[in-house]
Design a protein around this ligand. Structure first.
Ligand code: IPE
Ligand code: IPE
Ligand code: MG
Length: 260
C-alpha cells in the first residue's frame, strides 16, 4: 500500500500560492542559494550563522514548491569551487550539510520528497556522502517532489565525468562515437531522469550561474532576486514563478502569428 504523504507545512503568515495555470508552473527549478555570508556580515555575525539560517529557507522553499506544483528542485549547496574557502568554513559546511540531511530526512521523506545527491565523489567527505546515499535509499519511492541536492557539484565537472564515461564506453565498444546525440549524452549526466531546468533562480543579487547546471539550464529562464538566502522563503519562490509565467520561451523558434 502506498504510504500516506504528509502535506507541506504552511507558511507562518498563512500565505497561499498564487493561482497560476499548471502549464505555466516550472517542472524543474534550480536554485543558487547565495548571500549567506553577506547576511551574517550585516549582523556582525560569523559567516556560518548565515549558512545555518539558510536551512530554514530551503525547507520553506521546498514546502512552497510542493504547494504550487513544482516537481523537481535542484539546490546548490556546495560547489566544486567552494573548496577555495578557508579550511574552517569548508569543514563547517561539510559537517553542517551532513547534519541538515540527517535532521530533515524523515520530515522530507514524510512529505514525499525524493532526495538525490548530485556531485563528485572524490574529495567529498565520506560521512556526508554516506548520509546522502542513506537519504536517497530511504526516499527512493517518493513521488511528490525530487530534491536534487548538489554537493561538491560543478557543471563542468559533471560534463567531464560524463565525457570520461562516454570515452570508456566507446573504448569498450558499447557506444559508437558517430552515433552520440544530445539525448544520449544526457544519459551520462548525474541525474538524467530529471528534466531540463525551466527556472533558474539566484538569490542575493549576483547575476551569474557560477557553474550550476550548465547542460540542463541551456534554455532555462533566469530570475535574479535581491533577497539574501537566509531571508528567502516560499513567497520569493512564488514571485520568481510569477515572473517565469510571464516569459515567452522560444527555444530558438519564433512567436506564432508574427511575420518577418
Ligand atoms: C552561499 O552563500 C552558500 C555557499 C556558497 C555555500 P555565500 O557563503 O556564498 O554568501 P556570500 O555570497 O558570501 O554572501
Ligand atoms: C555558488 O555561490 C555556490 C553555491 C551557492 C553553493 P558562490 O557564492 O560560491 O559563487 P560565486 O563565488 O559568487 O560565483
Ligand atoms: Mg556567495
Amino acid at each position: 500500500m502506498p504510504k500516506q504523504v504528509v502535506p507541506p507545512f504552511p507558511h507562518p503568515s498563512g500565505a497561499r500560492p498564487p493561482a497560476i495555470d499548471a502549464k505555466f508552473v516550472p517542472a524543474h527549478v534550480a536554485i543558487v542559494m547565495d548571500g549567506n555570508g553577506r547576511w551574517a556580515k550585516q549582523r556582525g555575525l560569523p559567516r556560518t550563522a548565515g549558512h545555518a539560517k539558510g536551512e530554514e529557507s530551503l525547507m520553506d522553499v521546498l514546502a512552497g514548491a510542493i504547494e504550487i506544483g513544482v516537481k523537481h528542485v535542484s539546490a546548490y549547496a556546495f560547489s566544486t569551487e567552494n573548496w577555495r574557502r578557508s579550511p574552517d568554513e569548508v569543514r563547517w559546511l561539510m559537517q553542517f550539510n551532513r547534519e541538515v540531511i540527517h535532521r530533515r530526512r524523515d520530515e522530507l521523506d514524510a512529505m514525499g520528497v525524493k532526495i538525490i545527491w548530485s556531485g563528485r565523489n572524490p574529495r567529498m567527505w565520506r560521512t556526508v556522502a554516506k548520509e546522502l546515499v542513506d537519504a536517497e535509499r530511504q526516499s527512493a519511492d517518493n513521488t511528490v517532489l525530487t530534491l536534487q541536492f548538489c554537493m561538491n557539484y560543478g557543471g563542468r565537472a559533471e560534463l567531464v565525468d560524463a565525457a570520461k564515461r562516454i570515452a570508456q564506453a566507446a573504448k569498450e565498444g558499447r557506444l559508437n562515437p558517430d552515433k552520440l546525440t544530445e539525448e544520449k549524452l544526457r544519459h551520462f549526466l548525474y541525474a538524467p531522469q530529471i528534466p531540463d531546468v525551466d527556472l533558474f533562480i539566484r538569490s542575493s543579487g549576483e547575476q551569474r550561474t557560477s557553474n550550476f547546471m550548465l547542460w540542463q539550464a541551456a534554455y532555462a529562464e533566469l530570475v535574479f532576486l535581491d533577497r539574501l538566502w537566509p531571508d528567502f522563503d516560499r513567497r520569493d519562490l512564488w514571485r520568481a514563478i510569477e515572473q517565469y509565467a510571464q516569459r515567452d520561451r522560444r527555444y530558438g523558434g519564433a512567436l506564432p502569428n508574427q511575420t518577418s
